[in-house]
Design a protein around this ligand. Structure first.
Ligand code: IMP
Ligand code: MG
Length: 176
């Protein structure tokens, strides 16, 4: 197995990720059958999770993409960078935002506000990882999440450190 030197330990193996993503897919299938939802991948970090998740949802759906950036190194920059002109057409749709991780929750709370302004019929958030101990937006919760983790900087399965490690098939702890 390919484990770069900067990976201190493996937190979630490929198998464990597959298992959890499949369970989340079952929940989403139950909730969205007959609704033709629009699943939106928040680029870039959610791309691997997103591509696995949509294949576990067993009902008609559509997909879209939206780019949001906030991190510099291992620290949230506190500023969320988006181009609203690239927002998919979500008016009247049942939208599921798919994100890699909720950390301070600044990114997702900003995104939620932007999306709600464009009048979806409903808006829910599905994330792979959640670090509640880092929260700065009080009370922010994703509607669906796969794993809660401690205050660790993790990479792999789409998550990066300075654009590296997104290709690892597992989630690993990054060694600074
Ligand atoms: P927030 O706005 O602080 O919640 O940060 C959310 C974004 O920061 C996520 O979409 C990730 O791109 C990034 N991020 C937060 N924690 C980690 C981590 O442990 N590893 C890699 N990226 C992270
Ligand atoms: Mg991200």
């Amino acid at each position: 197995m390919y484990v770069p030197e900067k990976i201190e330990k493996i937190l979630f193996t490929e198998e464990r990720l597959k298992e959890k993503v499949s369970l989340l897919g079952d929940d989403l299938t139950t909730e969205y059958s007959g609704k033709n939802p629009l699943f939106i991948c928040i680029l870039k970090g959610a791309v691997v999770f997103f591509s696995d998740l949509i294949r576990e949802v067993k009902c008609p759906l559509e997909i879209g993409f939206f780019r949001a950036a906030s991190y510099v190194g291992t620290n949230s920059s506190g500023k969320v960078d988006v181009d609203e002109s690239t927002l998919p057409d979500i008016k009247g749709r049942d939208v599921v935002l798919v994100e890699d991780i909720v950390d301070t929750a600044r990114t997702l709370s900003a995104l939620k506000e932007i999306f709600l302004r464009h009048e979806p019929k409903s808006l829910k958030i599905a994330c792979l990882l959640d670090k509640p101990s880092r929260r700065e937006v009080n009370g922010f919760k994703a509607d669906y999440r796969c794993f809660e983790i401690e205050d660790l900087f993790v990479v792999g399965y789409g998550l990066d450190y300075e654009q590296q490690f997104r290709n690892l098939p597992y989630i690993g702890v990054y060694k600074p």
